[in-house]
Design a protein around this ligand. Structure first.
Ligand code: ADE
Ligand code: ZN
Length: 329
């Protein structure tokens, strides 16, 4: 097998703030005189105890990201990391909640800064970024409407999708129908985190109420044969993040992870890192873990990247250009 790092990759599920290197956040905290020592361990890594605590640490880290310049620098740092693993296309979750609280005028400024960084990275490193605006479930449906408005108003060649992340245990997909309908009307591709902490019923509810074409995680669909069959038939794509699921304790070890079983049952799976420094992972690490656990070969990864590119929310011109990059390995 060729060096898995060198394989061109498509990543569909990455949270921009969740990809912030800890040293990046620490240096902003020092500069802004904010004490964030509680979120780092003695080696300087993010530290958390469980999923709710992970969300708290994540949000604490975000408190030092306070300006468009911070998001410009963060975008560049994250794309440099991704490009070093030969990611050629990154669809990244962008959160207006952390960019001025969902205020549209502020959001436009933050977005312009991120787009400028993306243009720099594309010309320097050959990596393409597209943004998927995400609302945060535990911030509630009213706030999600504001975020959907940001998405509606800035939809275009760069902002191509809309999604929902956060605590799956709070609220119900039916509470977010307005936000998703608005995003759909704006022509955005739709995805929802589900079937990570919630069971199959959570995936069903996201599909029924939010009418998404992709599910973030979705792995707990494996607990329901009929749902697995439906996912396979309907071509719903799962954005699977095995390292994230392992680090957060969803599965005790990678060999227990359902990605291989889902794939064998015909479900369209893709591979992403979610929040890589939080989970001590990167795309190359994910691929190595899957190759070791399930004897996946280079052609399996090539197929997964084709699936990811087909499911990407970018325009077809971008998709065609990227497919040439995937072939030119
Ligand atoms: N936000 C960042 N990472 C997340 C995850 N794994 N689940 C839900 N929301 C998230
Ligand atoms: Zn996620």
């Amino acid at each position: 097998m060729t060096d898995l790092r060198l394989l061109p990759k498509v990543e569909l599920h990455l949270h921009l703030e969740g990809a912030a290197p800890p040293e990046f956040i620490r240096s902003l905290a020092a500069r802004k005189k904010v004490d964030l020592s509680r979120i780092f361990d003695e080696r300087g890594n993010y530290v958390y105890t469980d999923f709710p605590d992970f969300l708290r640490v994540y949000e604490a880290a975000c408190t030092v990201l306070t300006s468009p310049q911070d998001f410009h620098d963060l975008t560049l740092a994250v794309l440099e990391q991704s490009a070093s693993h030969n990611v050629v296309y990154s669809e990244t979750f962008l959160s207006p909640d952390f960019c001025g609280g969902g205020d549209l005028i502020a959001w436009r400024d933050y977005l312009a800064a991120m787009e400028a960084a993306a243009a720099t990275a594309e010309s320097r490193l050959g990596i393409t970024l597209r943004g998927c605006i995400t609302c945060i479930r535990h911030f509630g449906p009213e706030q999600a409407r504001k975020i959907a408005r940001c998405a509606q108003e800035t939809a275009g060649p760069f902002i191509t999708g809309f999604g929902i992340a956060g605590d799956e245990g709070q609220f119900h997909p039916s509470d977010f129908v307005y936000a998703f309908d608005a995003a759909r009307e704006a022509g955005l591709g739709l995805t929802a985190h589900a079937g990570e902490w919630g069971g199959p019923e959570s995936v069903r509810a996201a599909l029924e109420h939010l009418r998404v074409s992709r599910i973030g995680h979705g792995v707990r669909a494996i607990e329901d044969d009929a749902l697995v069959a439906y996912l396979a038939e309907s071509g719903i794509v799962l954005e699977v993040c095995p390292g994230s699921n392992s680090a957060l304790g969803l599965y005790p070890k990678i060999t227990a992870h359902p990605i291989d079983r889902l794939r064998r049952k015909g479900v369209l799976v893709t591979v992403s890192t979610d929040d890589p420094p939080f989970f001590h992972t990167d795309m190359t690490h994910e691929y190595h873990a899957l190759a070791n656990a399930f004897a996946w070969q280079e052609e399996d990864f090539v197929q997964i990247n084709k699936t990811a590119l087909n499911a990407a929310f970018c325009d077809d011109q971008t998709r065609t250009a990227l497919s040439k990059k995937l072939e030119a390995k």
